[in-house]
Design a protein around this ligand. Structure first.
Ligand code: DUC
Ligand code: ZN
Ligand code: ZN
Length: 485
């Protein structure tokens, strides 16, 4: 009998720290050994000569089959999203369970479990808190966190879903008591409302004015406030989708004070620009997302923040809204509408790794270990999945992507394998491409062909872990989370 079910031979293994030329032996769903000339009798052999062998990507920010307060839903099903993940070398996701006003969390989580279990990619959830009423704070948050959903998400903007500062403080305190991280969408609600009203009054309604309605200063202010209030409660947070160096500088300043705050960015802020929303007709709608894409110079500033470690995760913020279908997606409200009525978000599950690799490693901005840290190891660590996920090591899940660092590909929507009819990255040339994805020992993608059984997804319950423990540092030493609920 063979020691292994599969042996990956002769590749260059890349982890967040190391480069090692060795074989990987897989038994069942697990990496059983890493070594030179592993025995192959009876095992499937995969020749990885010339390829990088890296931990599968972990996308900790993606909206899949998520319901919206107006009854609509993000279009990608979990099955389609899983295919897109595998096509792009991603093997785990953290998506959202979204609470609406008045809802208790138990039924919300049960519904999203039902949906996610139909997919193929391993998943966990961030619990979105839109309405932190007493029962949510006192009963439901401790329960969902105890059930392995160790991150809460709040919006500081958007009608119907945003929390005000007092509600945000309540969520922070509840997270602190339960041992959860809080992820924050940081833009100033009232300032956006003010700017938007002014733009509409002035007749400035085209898609490009989406960016005018929420300039960087609005994100910088909310990032500063989100961090300051988290500091007041001594609650660790992650700032989602940092769009440029100004909000990144707020994070860096807080990190320098020792505050536990982490920053995430997304490919749209590295390769898209506000100018993309200024394309003719309705075309600019394809690029509307929030925060808005900025300028080339700001993208370059983000790379500096990445190199400095201020931003340590790149997620997709994948949001499925089709472009060409009448009455759905970006055209849900028609095309002759102000930018305020165009759904926000861009799809990016499959494009994430190739864009970060190409723009980062192939263009010499970062080394390949940094690529692995940004897209797999750091997400696993911050969200309590490490070392089961996010590394190539004996005992870890056999989640691997075999990567051709020299393969040149022009991104087309067909390669993305999501249900959405466009990609904002159409025509972008990348150097470096995933040629095989292995998820828990199963070969799920080879040469852009995905083969995985719907229903094979597994929920990743996340237990308590040290990285997100509060520091025990408060103004005046007074822990308000003990007395306030
Ligand atoms: N921004 C978000 O905050 N959520 C989904 C889509 C987007 O662009
Ligand atoms: Zn957001
Ligand atoms: Zn999002």
């Amino acid at each position: 009998m063979s020691d292994f079910d599969r042996v990956i031979r002769g590749g260059l293994i890349v982890t967040g720290n190391d480069l090692v030329r060795a074989d990987v032996g897989i038994r069942g769903e697990t990496i059983a050994a890493i070594g030179l000339d592993l025995p192959t009798t009876g095992a499937a052999i995969t020749d990885a000569g010339g390829l990088l062998v890296m931990p599968g990507g972990i996308d900790t920010h993606c909206h899949i089959e998520q319901l919206e307060p107006d009854g609509s839903s993000y279009e990608d099903s979990f099955a389609h999203a899983s295919a897109a993940c595998f096509a792009g070398g991603t093997t785990s996701i953290i998506t959202f369970a979204a609470q609406f006003k008045g809802q208790r969390l138990g039924p919300v989580v049960a519904e999203y479990h039902r949906r996610a279990a139909r997919g193929m990619v391993d998943y966990s959830f961030h619990q979105i808190i839109n309405d932190p009423f007493d029962a949510i704070i006192e009963q439901d948050i401790p329960e969902v966190v105890g059930a392995g959903i160790r991150s809460l998400k709040v919006f500081l903007t958007y009608d119907d879903v945003r929390v005000d500062d007092r509600q945000y403080l309540r969520v922070l305190a509840a997270a602190r008591r339960s041992g959860a991280l809080v992820a924050v969408h940081a833009e100033n609600y009232d300032a956006i409302a003010w700017m938007t009203e002014a733009l509409l009054k002035a007749g400035m309604t085209a898609p490009k004015y989406h960016a005018w309605g929420r300039p960087t200063v609005i994100e910088r202010e909310a990032t500063h406030r989100a961090i300051a209030l988290a500091e007041l409660i001594d609650q660790p947070i992650q700032i989602f989708h940092v769009s440029g160096p100004e909000p990144a500088a707020e994070i860096a300043r807080a990190q320098a004070r020792g505050v536990k705050v982490w920053g995430e960015t997304c490919p749209q802020y590295l390769v898209l620009e506000a100018a993309d929303m200024d394309r003719p007709g309705f075309e600019g709608a394809k690029f509307i997302c929030s925060p808005a894409p900025r300028t080339k110079a700001e993208s370059e500033g983000l790379w500096e923040a990445i190199r400095a470690g201020t931003i340590d995760i790149v997620s997709s913020d994948h949001s499925g809204h089709s472009f060409g279908k009448e009455g759905v997606g970006k055209r849900r409200n028609g095309t002759d509408v102000p930018f305020t009525r165009i759904p926000n978000g861009v799809p990016g599950l499959a494009a994430r790794l190739p864009i970060v690799f190409s723009e980062g490693v192939s263009k010499g901005r970062i080394d390949v270990q940094s690529f692995v840290r940004l897209t797999s190891t750091n997400p696993a660590k911050l969200f309590g999945l490490y070392p089961r996920k996010g590394t190539v090591a004996p005992g870890a899940d056999a989640d691997l992507v075999l990567w051709d660092p020299a393969k040149r590909v022009t991104i087309t929507n067909g390669l993305m394998q999501h249900a959405i009819d466009y990609t904002p990255y159409e025509g972008l040339e990348v150097v470096g491409w995933p040629v095989m994805t292995i998820a828990r020992g199963r070969l799920v993608m080879r040469d852009d062909v995905v083969t995985a059984e719907p229903g094979s997804a597994r929920f990743l319950a996340r237990g308590p872990y040290d990285m997100i423990k509060p520091r025990g540092v408060f103004p005046n030493g007074f822990d308000t989370s003990r007395v306030m609920t």
